[in-house]
Design a protein around this ligand. Structure first.
Ligand code: FVH
Length: 354
């Protein structure tokens, strides 16, 4: 008998007297060279056993059957990472010919999304957008029943929820995901992937999915991963916008971006320290307490920034909307309050948030 652990840490027993006498040998000091093959044999036995994710109790082998739909830059990175972890990966892409380097690493390519889906308990899809993922689901629909689909395609919460409903009707479990990483970051320490949707599917496959990056499950509403993904990206684009505007301003006098970043980087990092205070004011709705730098003063500063920007011949497009909001809030009688009050102008006026 050979013992393996499935993804729920349950022991799976495989009855095979000849193999088990060899694979379960404990004496590692033996000089039998065949023992070097033991990890590979474990992989072989796991595969032959029937496809569920299993790993050797000794912790030296770990194996899942995973299918990947979509071999763009991200799909290729996901596949390469799963392969590097010893998993069995079946791949499909709309346009053939993108799997060459993955086939060399052990991936198996099939001709249809349905064939790929049928090959594994869990299928990870990562294509351009939801129009693309809808059409891939059309093709895979016949094979989805009883399986799990993890959709890492970027989209909106509404698209994720609609897809969750559709997949439920097809009899499959659905996890939506948002990848907070670029392809080269996959599997690295800074890669984060947000998930929401079927808790059962997350619990069953979290161990496998963790190979890609930290796996953060946000709840049963399939739209939550997308909501958080887009919100995090919004923060990123706001940061980039500040960087671009600031750099264009000094660039107008011939100062290079790299040189300026030495000043801007630490300044932005220092200003990050203001965010917990703003978050507290937003959550409490009390923008008038503990005000150090009031909005009226900040509106005058931003006005100066935009005047100087025009004088330097630089475009004001990125910051114009911010000054409009500052002025509107000051005009509403909130000039003595904190800058966090601007949030009240953009938040949803009714429903969950407002
Ligand atoms: N790359 C990145 O930095 C970001 C990081 C965060 C997450 N995003 C999202 O990941 C999705 C895929 O992005 P990608 O980088 O892999 O994108 P591409 O390299 O352009 O590959 C696109 C794949 O989508 C397939 N595809 C497009 N349209 C269809 C369709 N109608 N039916 C089936 N597949 C389709 C395309 O196939 P092909 O053109 O090779 O036939 C590629 O496999 C995306 O949501 C990012 O926002 C990446």
């Amino acid at each position: 008998m050979i013992n393996y652990l499935n993804e729920n840490e349950e022991v799976v027993e495989i009855q095979h007297p000849e193999l088990s006498s060899f694979l379960n040998v404990d004496d590692r000091s033996t000089d039998n060279p065949l023992l070097l093959l033991r990890p590979i044999l474990h992989l072989f036995v796991a595969a032959a056993w029937g496809g569920a994710a299993i790993r050797n109790v000794e912790g030296r082998t770990y194996m899942a059957n995973i299918s990947i739909l979509g071999l763009g830059a991200m799909g290729q990175a996901l596949t390469a990472r799963f392969l590097s972890q010893g998993h069995t990966v079946t791949v499909w892409n709309r346009t053939p010919g993108k799997a060459a380097s993955l086939l060399a690493k052990g991936a198996r390519e099939v001709k249809s999304a349905a064939d790929a889906t049928a090959a594994s308990d869990v299928t990870v899809m990562c294509v351009l957008d939801y129009a693309a993922s809808d059409s891939v689901i059309d093709d895979a629909a016949s094979a989805l029943s009883g399986r799990s689909l993890v959709n890492l395609t970027n989209g909106t919460p509404a698209q994720a929820r609609a897809t969750a409903e559709r997949i439920a009707k097809l009899g499959a479990a659905y996890l939506d995901g948002g990848i907070m990483a670029t392809p080269p970051m996959i599997g690295g320490e800074h890669a984060l992937i947000l998930y929401s949707g079927s808790k059962a599917a997350f619990d069953a496959h979290a161990r496998t999915l963790e190979a890609l990056g930290a796996a953060n499950y946000l709840g049963g509403d399939a739209g939550l991963a997308s909501l958080h993904d887009l919100a995090l990206l919004s923060g990123m684009y706001g940061l980039f916008a500040g960087f671009f505007h600031a750099t264009a301003l000094v660039d107008s006098e011939g100062i290079g971006a790299g040189a300026f970043l030495k000043l801007l980087g630490p300044w932005m990092t220092a200003m990050m320290g203001e965010l917990p205070g703003y978050a507290e004011k937003i959550d409490s709705g009390r923008h008038g307490v503990n005000v150090v730098s009031n909005l009226g003063m900040q509106a005058a500063s931003l006005d100066n920034i935009l005047t100087a920007t025009r004088e330097q011949g630089v475009a004001t497009d990125l910051l114009d909307p911010m000054l409009d909001l500052f002025r509107k809030r000051v005009g509403g009688g909130f000039g003595d309050e904190d800058i966090s009050g601007v949030f009240e102008l953009i938040r949803r006026k009714s429903g969950k948030g407002g």
